[in-house]
Structures are given as C-alpha cells and as structure tokens.
Design a protein around this ligand. Structure first.
Ligand code: CTP
Length: 477
C-alpha cells in the first residue's frame, strides 16, 4: 500500500510559510515535479523545489518572499509567468497552473490559466506529475491522478497524455526521457519510444544549450551507453552527433575487417565512467575515435589504417563543440588534447618503455598526464583476457615510471632552467635565432636524459652549445 500523506516529509520551514501565504491570498498550491519524484524514490531531496499555484505563481512568490525572514530577493519572469526565490540553499520556483497549447515551430507555449489536473496532464512523465498539497484541508496529501507512483515502482517512463502530443508539445522531452532512463535506470514505454522516433526531427526547434544540458546528464550517469544507445535507436543520434553515427559499421575487404568503432566508443565511455566523474574526460572518451571515419583506408599490405586520426579528430572536436554551443574555452582544449594524444601511451605500453619516452609524455601532457592514462586504460576493450591483462600491466608500468621520472625531473609544467635573458647576457646577444636554438637544445638534452632538469647542469650545457655555435662568452657578464 502506498502512503497517501507526506506531511512528515515536508520538513523544511519554507513549506508552512508557502502554505500560509497561499491561504492568505486565497489560492491553492502544491509541490510538484522533481522534488516529489525524488522524495518517492528516497533519493537526496533536490535543492530546487517547484511550486504550482492554482492562480498567479508570481503573486504567490511575492507573498512568500515577504513572509520569509530576511525578505529574500525575488526574480520574476513575466513572459513565462514564473518567479524564483533563493532562500538558504533552496531555489523555490513558482508557476501558475496552466493549460498549454504549443505552436508547431517553437517551444514557447501559449499559456492559459488552468486547474491542477490540467497542469499535471501537460507535464512530461507521469512520475513528474505527482503533486503534494500545501493546502490546509489536505496538507501533505499526494495528488497523483496519473498513477505516477505505480510507474515509479515499475521503473517506467510514461507520458500522461498520448506520447505524440507530449513530445510534439515540447520536443526537449525526448532528450529528457532518454536522460531519465539513463540516470534512473528506468525503461521508456514502447509507445513513447515510437513517438520519439517519429517526432525526432522536431529536436531542431530546441536550443543547443538545452539539448547539451540533457546530454551532459546522460554522460554523467553511471552507465552512459544506455542513453547513447537509446539516442541511436530512436534516430536522434545522427541529428545530434553525425560524427559518432559515422563510426558505426564494419567493413570487410579481402577478408580483413576492422572493429566497429561506434560500439567500441560506447564501451570506452562506460569504462571511463567507472574511473572518473570528470565530465570533460568523459567527453574525451566519447570523441577519442571520431577521426577514424574520415581517415579510414584499406592498404593491401597492412590492412585497415586510420593514419592521423588523432589529429583529425582533435580538429573535429572544435567543429562539434562550436556547432553544439559547447564551451570553446580550456574545457574544449582539454578534450582536444586528450583526443590528439589518445594513442601516445598505447604506443608506449606496446614497446619497451624508455625513460626518455616517458619524459616526453609528461612534458607534452603536463598536468593532464593522469587523465590521459585514465583514458587509455578505458580504451582497452579487447575480449582476449591475456591481451587485456598484458595491456593493463603495461599501463601500470607506465604509470609507475611517470611517478619515478617525475620525482627526478619534475617535468610537468616545464620551465626552462636557463632563461632566454641569461643566455643573452652570457653571450652578449640581442634577441636572435641562437637563443631559440640553445633553449631547444637544453630542453631536448633534458628530455633525452643527457642532463638533469637543473640550472647549473643546464648552464654548463648551454656554454658547450654556445661554443659549438661559435658564440663568445661575455667577460663582463
Ligand atoms: N517539465 C516538463 N517538461 C519539460 C521540463 C519540465 O513537463 N520539458 C516539468 C516536469 O513536471 C518536471 C518539472 O517541470 O518535473 C520541473 O522540471 P525540471 O526542474 O527541469 O526537472 P526535474 O523534474 O526537477 O528534474 P531534474 O532536477 O533532474 O532536472
């Protein structure tokens, strides 16, 4: 038996304040949406609380803001008929109950005042339609006309109205369905899945930012491939990420096949998600092979090749980020760097591991060397247990060597031990090509292990190099 009253759970002091404010202005109001859903799921209660008022949400918000000690600021969004109050850690979102009819080419609804029921049936999924009353006569009662609680128990995502209406009303919900399925481990009802497929083109009217918001939540879920497979099955994937779709498929020439890089990528994303919550590292895993589609070639001697796919892939990252309005800042540069360097440790782990190769890896990857190793470890998807173990062991050795070389040479964020200024002073030089040559030679000598990363040894080396270049030491330096 499901409990019907949740007064006990309305612990926060704001609930009675909201209830009294609504009573004072003579309207009914309810907590609805994510708060109620997560409460029923016994999950951590979210910080944003949606309140629906049968009447003006803005008027209720104003009344509540006056009643809360300290009179917090209120943000009013007149066009949407909503208002928001930040109070302590909470974000209280007020909206008037509405019946909405959407226009064919826009997500902006025509809003008319409606009853609670009309508001509930215009929401996305039955599990999000559940409301808890804040009214005196039935304070704490669960109002659940679409039996969201049943779907919650069955882990089912179902729309309150005919799915075509719900998705066509607001196509962002197609992404939300897939996001909730991935985040909560729920199943999307078959009719709903079909409706997503047939309405997929309407995703075009949704802003890139909102799509990415949902996609990032998919990527941050415990097993992101669940959502990516759903995007694939509903046909949304090629509309959002044609680069990933292009990785799908296996070609065979002269009996030689390459692996399906799409399914491989999904494995890599799931693997990395066990090791890190870093969203951008997960993006790097998702995109690490996108350069493989445009660089794929068949060579009679060596079979399938993807020469330079890392470099091509890192260029594609920029285009993809720009198209999807992802940040074009250091986050993107990090993803590009991971994609560009994604094969480096693999080559290392296959070969004999030399100190100088490790030094170059640390030098090039800098502070991101551990992230790069995490990506490469996630990239091991061979089903051959012996090979898998061998690669893992090799990567472990690479990691140990990194620590060892680091302790000796501190190459991360490398600063030249002898500055350009010192070189100029020593040889009485004006800014010139020679300074670059000497600096590069010192760096190479350190990476090759000829000298340690140390000022005095580098200075000595500089004197020798200068002599070779025919430079004279300035006696007055
Ligand atoms: N909603 C909807 N259609 C949308 C977005 C939201 O019907 N496209 C409704 C749902 O009832 C939802 C509520 O508005 O529960 C609040 O939306 P939001 O805060 O975006 O999501 P939550 O459900 O709270 O979930 P989360 O916090 O995980 O995003």
């Amino acid at each position: 038996m499901t409990r019907k009253n949740f007064k006990q759970e309305l612990q926060d002091e704001v609930f009675p304040i909201i209830a009294k404010s609504a009573a004072d202005i003579g309207i009914d109001c309810y907590v609805i949406g994510g708060f109620v859903r997560d409460l029923m799921l016994h999950k951590k209660i979210p910080k944003d609380i949606d309140i629906v008022a049968v009447g003006s949400g803005i008027a209720l918000a104003k009344k509540v803001a006056e009643a809360i000690p300290g009179k917090p600021k209120i943000s009013v969004f007149k066009n949407f008929g909503t208002a928001m109050i930040r109070h302590k850690a909470l974000e209280l979102e007020f909206v008037g109950a509405r019946t909405e009819s959407y226009q064919a080419d826009s997500r902006k609804p025509f809003v008319e005042n409606g009853s609670l029921f009309e508001d509930q049936e215009r929401r996305d999924f039955t599990i999000n339609t559940m409301a808890i009353s804040l009214n005196q006569e039935n304070y704490g009662d669960l109002i659940d006309p679409f039996d969201g609680i049943k779907d919650l128990k069955q882990k089912l995502l179902k729309t309150p109205l005919e799915p075509n209406i719900t998705y066509s009303d607001d196509p962002l919900r197609m992404m939300r369905a897939i996001r909730f399925a991935t985040q909560l481990g729920f199943t999307i009802q078959d009719e709903s899945l079909l409706a997503i497929s047939s309405n997929r083109d309407r995703i075009k009217i949704v802003s890139k930012e909102r799509i990415i918001d949902e996609f990032n939540k998919i990527l941050l879920s415990p097993v992101p491939s669940v959502g990516i497979v759903l995007l694939h099955e509903t046909g949304l994937l090629p509309l959002l990420f044609p680069e990933l779709k292009a990785l799908q498929g296996i070609e065979e020439i002269e009996g030689q096949r390459h692996k399906d890089n799409f399914w491989h990528t999904l494995e890599v994303v799931d693997n990395i998600s066990k090791a890190t919550d870093n969203l951008w590292l997960r993006w790097a895993a998702l995109l690490h092979d996108i350069g493989k589609a445009p660089t794929k070639k068949f060579d009679k001697k060596v079979g399938w090749t993807f020469h330079g796919h890392e470099f091509v892939g890192s260029k594609m990252v920029y285009k993809l980020f720009r198209r999807l309005h992802l940040p074009l800042n250091e986050k993107m540069k990090f993803v590009q760097k991971m994609v560009r360097m994604s094969s480096r440790p693999i080559i290392l782990a296959e070969d004999h591991i030399t100190d100088s190769a490790i030094r170059r890896l640390v030098f090039d990857a800098g502070n991101h060397v551990e992230d790069l190793m995490t990506l490469c470890e996630a990239d091991i998807t061979t089903k051959n247990p012996r090979k898998q173990q061998r690669y893992k062991n090799n990567f472990k050795r690479v990691r140990n060597k990194i620590v060892e070389v680091e302790a000796r040479d501190s190459l991360r964020n490398f600063q030249p031990p002898v500055s350009g200024e010192e070189i100029m002073k020593t040889f009485n030089l004006k800014p010139s090509r020679e300074i670059g040559i000497i600096k590069e030679a010192i760096k190479e000598a350190i990476l090759e292990g000829e000298i340690p990363n140390d000022h005095d040894k580098a200075f000595e080396y500089m004197l020798k190099k200068g002599e070779k270049l025919g430079l004279k030491v300035n006696p007055k330096r």
